[in-house]
Design a protein around this ligand. Structure first.
Ligand SMILES: C[S@@+](CC[C@H](N)C(=O)[O-])C[C@H]1O[C@@H](n2cnc3c(N)ncnc32)[C@H](O)[C@@H]1O
Ligand code: SF4
Length: 368
């Protein structure tokens, strides 16, 4: 075992999980090593899931000593692991300051999806969302976001085939950390996910949709939930700042006219709120001219939500109406019911705050 004592206080050491590949290369180069040594370290950490410096056999002793002295690797600690009979696994992860976030793994026949959190809580206050009830606590760092992927990959023995930024929080409100974490997910020396296999879901922070288009090519899912401003203002309050006449052009611009790309619109089905035939027609009109897929999400209830989920027949009638207009429309499957693991329903724990029991009986539903 390497005996080197840290030269600096642990808090001042460089958190390696916060770095992307260029960051590792710059770190190595800054210390007088070749940049590829930094790349090798990045590969050990993310591709091989190795966090013990002594096991990184192709790194020089001098580099490992420097790393041991001046860097740290803050791996997530699992507070609770809940497997479900259908293979879904929910992890509640402890963060360094006592906050907790949830990550959900959903296996399917031909793919596996990891639902990743971007914030502790959320400030955007969508009326039907359990995370919103928790309020906003803080952004996650890049390391805390990619740490969820690191953990799942290690636990499962292989990376998921798909990652969705649909856990707790609004990813576009934590722009820099999320973009860097998504770059690591896609890096060939790390998790090797194709661009289309990483999806960012947003409730519609319009300026950051334009920014995202400049720096990333991930798939975009937008939480729409209403076909007009009047209703959307009420149930997705960010709409008052960025209404539909700004949101739709931003999403179109995101596609850059590329024929194979499209926006996934998430539409949570709320009984007698947004599920009428008239609203289906309005939705069709709204999405005209935008390459789209609509994903209908049966509302996952939680105590005192004030909403009910639409009847299955109503959801199917709504879907058929969209389909007849030529839209691709699907209904999300419910998964992992007994472990309360719904993406979009996650409630981590915030230290020293009283939490609603929301989420206690909530099923998982996912599937873009
Ligand atoms: C929790 S959000 C996280 C990503 C981002 N903040 C957003 O709103 O798109 C992921 C998805 O879950 C949906 N969702 C939130 N609460 C839900 C509920 N009670 N039932 C079903 N879906 C819900 C959201 O609308 C969104 O489409
Ligand atoms: S749906 Fe998304 S944006 Fe809205 S409160 Fe929940 S996590 Fe935040």
């Amino acid at each position: 075992m390497m005996q080197t004592e840290p030269r600096t206080s642990p808090d001042l050491r460089i958190p390696l999980l916060d770095l992307d590949r260029p960051g590792f290369e710059a770190l190595a180069a800054g210390w007088g090593f070749k940049p590829f040594h930094g790349r090798n370290l990045f590969r050990w950490l993310h591709k091989h899931g190795v966090s013990e410096l002594d096991a990184m056999s192709d790194l020089s002793k001098a580099l490992r000593e420097r790393l041991a002295a001046e860097t740290r690797i803050d791996l997530p600690r699992v507070a609770v692991e809940k497997p479900s009979a259908d293979g879904t696994i929910k992890w509640l992860l402890d963060l360094h300051d006592g906050q907790r976030v949830e990550t959900v793994y959903i296996p399917e026949e031909s793919r596996s999806t990891l639902c990743v959190s971007s914030q502790v809580g959320c400030a955007l206050d969508c009326r039907f969302c359990a995370t919103a009830r928790q309020g906003f606590s803080r952004n996650l760092s890049t390391g805390e976001i990619i740490g969820q992927v690191w953990h799942a990959t290690r636990a499962l023995g292989k990376p998921p085939t798909n990652i969705v930024m649909m856990g707790m929080g609004e990813p576009l409100a934590n722009f820099d950390a999320v973009v860097k974490a998504m770059a690591i997910m896609q890096d060939d020396f790390a998790y090797m996910l194709a661009k289309s296999r990483v999806t960012l879901s947003t409730s519609g922070i319009v300026p950051n949709i334009y920014r995202l288009a400049e720096v990333s090519e991930v798939s975009l899912a937008v939480s729409l939930h209403a076909p007009d401003n009047e209703l959307r203002d009420q149930i997705v309050p960010i709409n008052r700042k960025y209404p539909l006449e700004q949101l739709i052009p931003a999403c179109k611009a995101y596609l850059r006219g590329e024929p194979r790309r499209r926006i996934t619109w998430e539409y949570v089905m709320l009984k007698d709120v947004n599920d009428s035939d008239r609203q289906a027609k309005a939705l069709i009109r709204l999405l005209e001219g935008t390459p789209s897929k609509v994903n209908l999400i049966p509302f996952n209830p939680f105590p005192n939500s004030g909403f009910e989920t639409s009847d299955p027949e109503r959801i199917e009638a709504f879907r058929q109406r969209l389909k007849r207009s030529g839209l691709v429309a699907t209904t999300r499957k419910t998964r992992g019911e007994e472990i309360a693991a719904a993406c979009g329903q996650l409630v981590g724990q915030v230290q020293n705050r009283r939490l609603p029991r929301a989420g206690a009986q909530i099923p998982v539903s996912i599937g873009l």
